[in-house]
Design a protein around this ligand. Sequence first.
Ligand code: BYC
Length: 348
Amino acid sequence: MYTQALDSPAPEARPGSSGGQAALERRFEERIERDEKIEPKDWMPDAYRQTLIRQISQHAHSEIVGMLPEGNWITRAPSLRRKAVLIAKVQDEGGHGMYLYSAAETLGIARAELLEQLLDGRAKYSSIFNYPTLTWADVGAIGWLVDGAAIMNQIPICRCSYGPYARAMVRICKEESFHQRQGFEIMLALARGTGEQRAMAQDALNRWWWPSIMMFGPSDATSTHTAQSMRWRIKRFTNDELRQKFIDVTVPQAEFLGLKIPDPALRRDEISQHYLTGPIDWSEFKAVLQGNGPCNHERLQARRTAHEAGRWVREAAAAYAAKHGGRGAQPRSAAHIASPRAEAPCHE
Ligand code: BYC
């Protein structure tokens, strides 16, 4: 874990000195205003720190849980090439989780604690990964839509005010771009295939469209954190702005594939030049967040099983570190080493 030692502030900005707290806050706000990166040893308001820990750790958990639905298809991918590509993609997601846990650790929280929050159900992860992957076309739809949505959401995070998160996102976004293309290419092959393959692609789009739209989070009117996160430049766009950008990019792609977006109310508004969707069923989103999506139980159970299976690795690593006097007597989690496939099938 990174040190939490703070750079010594100027005397007038020392907490406890007259006006110290206010001066620190003012300096922090000015740095945000100048678009300077805030680094781990810099002073930051506790609420900023907590917001980042929440968002970055949820993001990390999403990457790790996100390995499960696609990981299910590694053994069933239809060719050696598809299998190799899918293995690489799922491995990338694991790597993204690791960068993000490291970024969260720079804020003064241990990885083991973050994992505990995930495994005991306190921490959220993206709603999207609580849906099952029923056919091979779902792997295409995840790459095309879910990674497409992820890129839309994550490119602006490369300019996030917190340095370690922003830097982690640069590499992640490059890899997400490859993921999106592999998904679109699967969809293209299916869309140009037999009638049965086209139907499979359409069915996957039907099931993944609305959950992908919901991935961007609640509407701006009901979003708890957006306004403050925009002020702190953690978020650069609101949930609805990013959702709209995604819809505008994706509808023409569906048309290119010859697939129909499952929304009878969808239309292009000539004045705003945007595609407008019908109403989003937020009750479904809420149900998934409350743990009642189709696969919530299976996803968490799979992570718990993997965590248990990795216990001996953590213990061995801790014993090795203690014996050799190296860093890391506090064991790093090996949850990522254990098989993500140790999963109840969730009808997949
Ligand atoms: N699912 O005030 P809001 C990936 C929660 S990984 C679950 O708008 P915020 C990928 C939210 O946490 C995808 N919960 O919050 C991986 C908050 O609850 P708490 C993950 C959600 O943080 C593998 C409450 O609702 N991406 O792409 O300002 C393979 C109110 O929301 C969701 C990231 O994590 C959701 N969809 O904005 C393929 C990106 N949406 O904490 C792909 C980074 C909202 O108060 N994160 N909630 O209990 C973000 O950009 C923001 O955190 C969000 C939410 C836009 C997600």
